[in-house]
Write a protein that binds this ligand. Structure first.
Ligand code: 5AD
Ligand code: SF4
Length: 456
């Protein structure tokens, strides 16, 4: 009988991609998706370690899953027990601790070993203790994973780069994901072709430091800019995005791609973290606030309609009111269409956690609220400014209301429209006629010179 698999993803888009790949590698050994953990024979929590809150959530979810596991045994002692696994960055960082704190967990494995899942599951069935695999193996998991599938999607993630060598002083990623690694160009192009043949129209290239991509090619290496230009030639692939990027690694070829490749969407997530040079230095960022300003200027010259989003940390150790004001000034000056902003969360093992001048929680909270007010207002202003325009929207599914479809604008805004199901998977020209804080409302735009509706 087929077994059932339930995976919960926490944190970033790369975890979403990894979770899909885990399902792909378990499908041939008989695991089909389960609707809930109660129905599953194998439950995997694919975890995030970036901030304390994300990591704590895992332990509280584990408490609930333990009960489900126990209920299953008491309901039918002869039934095969549920296997409970912790994967991802918490597993990598706290493997031993999970084994000690939650001995009812059967498997603990990090982001670089999940290609070994079938073998780990077999071992978990036999073992009495926890199967722990938090190696950084010499082989690349990508060489052992089956081809990615479109699975009826029109927009898909594709990991091209992983790990980070930047060691920002607040960040766990270099420790949990390991050193920077770029997938060879041939592998990336193959996966992209497979996805496009399966109907995918939009690909988001993923990497912790994606713009430092340097994949081995038949001759030499390709940068991200070159990779994007080549991907744009794949039939059916109409939109390319990438995330997340490091300002100091934006090179000429990438800027040229923003200028020359229409499929590269005019939206860029470019984390700056802070607007104060003293804070950026303490963060071990390899750029100052003015470097960021100049870079944005260059990018906007290359692609004038480029919309920017960013990440911010408030209350980094030593951040003064003046430093924070410099962040506010930078935001006011640049104008972001969306952003993620966080209170600094000290992470074990990172240099910043041991810095003097840790900022009071109440101060962090106040600064975060002030920053988010400004960022939300900027997002709203941008959404309002879109009203009256016609935007190409990739309609990728049904909305909440009957007859409604939902899609994404070039600028990543969610757009709702009344439209027939036949348009799902199409890039439709939509007249934007309403703006909300987090989405746009639209109607199908009439084709120029006719009453017909136009579909690009
Ligand atoms: N505390 C708060 N935010 C953090 N980030 C990374 N580490 C921390 C931390 N210790 C944020 C950064 C990064 C995003 C993914 O998460 O802004 O860009
Ligand atoms: Fe973390 Fe900095 Fe690397 Fe981004 S660039 S993953 S913030 S260490």
């Amino acid at each position: 009988m087929a077994k059932k698999l339930y995976i919960k993803s926490y944190g970033c888009q790369m975890n979403v991609y990894d979770s899909e790949r885990m399902a792909d590698i378990l499908a041939p050994v008989g695991y089909a998706p389960a609707a809930s953990p109660e129905d599953a024979d194998l439950v995997i929590l694919n975890t995030c370690h970036i901030r304390e809150k994300a990591a704590e959530k895992v332990y509280s979810d584990l408490g609930r899953l333990r009960l489900i596991k126990e209920e299953r045994i008491s309901a039918d002692a002869a039934a095969e027990p549920m296997i409970l696994a912790v994967a991802g960055c918490v597993a990598q960082a706290e493997g031993e601790e999970i084994v000690n704190r939650a001995p009812f967990v059967d498997m603990v494995f990090g982001p670089q070993t999940y290609h070994r899942l079938p073998e780990m599951v077999a071992r978990a069935h036999r073992a009495t203790g926890t199967v722990l695999d938090t190696d950084f193996p010499a082989e690349s998991k990508f060489d052992h994973l089956p081809d990615a599938k479109a699975k009826g999607r029109f927009s898909a993630f594709l990991t091209v780069q992983e790990g980070c060598d930047k060691f920002c002083s607040f960040c766990v990623v270099p420790y949990t994901r390991g050193a920077e690694f770029s997938r060879p160009t041939g592998q990336v192009l193959d996966e992209a072709r497979q996805l496009a043949e399966g109907g995918v129209r939009e690909i988001t290239l993923l990497g912790q430091n994606v713009n430092n991509y340097h994949g081995a090619a038949a001759a030499g290496e390709w940068s991200l800019g070159r990779l994007i230009a080549e991907l744009a030639d794949i039939d059916g692939l109409e939109r390319i995005r990438y995330t997340t990027s490091y300002p100091a690694d934006v090179d000429e070829e990438l800027i040229a791609a923003h200028r020359d490749v229409p499929a590269l969407m005019p939206y860029l997530h470019l984390p700056v973290q802070s607007g104060a040079d003293t804070v950026l230095k303490a963060m071990n960022r390899r750029h100052g606030a003015d470097d960021y300003r100049r870079l944005v200027e260059t990018l906007r010259r290359a692609r004038p309609d480029l919309a920017l989003s960013s990440d911010f940390i408030v209350g980094f150790p030593g951040e003064t009111d003046k430093d924070f004001q410099e962040t506010m000034d930078l935001v006011a000056e640049i104008g972001f269409v969306g952003a993620y902003s966080f209170k600094y969360s000290p992470r074990p093992g990172t240099p910043a956690a041991a810095l003097p001048g840790q900022v009071d929680e109440a101060v962090k909270k106040r600064r975060l609220a002030e920053l988010q007010d400004l960022l939300n207002a900027q997002q709203r202003t941008f959404n309002d400014a879109c009203v009256g325009s016609v935007l190409p929207v990739l309609l990728d599914g049904r909305g909440r209301h009957p007859g409604q479809l939902i899609g994404r604008s070039p600028f990543m805004q969610a757009v709702h429209v009344s439209a027939p199901d036949a348009l799902i998977g199409e890039i439709a020209e939509l007249s934007i006629d309403g703006a909300h804080p987090n989405s746009l409302a639209a109607t199908l735009a009439p084709a120029a010179g006719s009453e017909e509706r136009v579909v690009a």
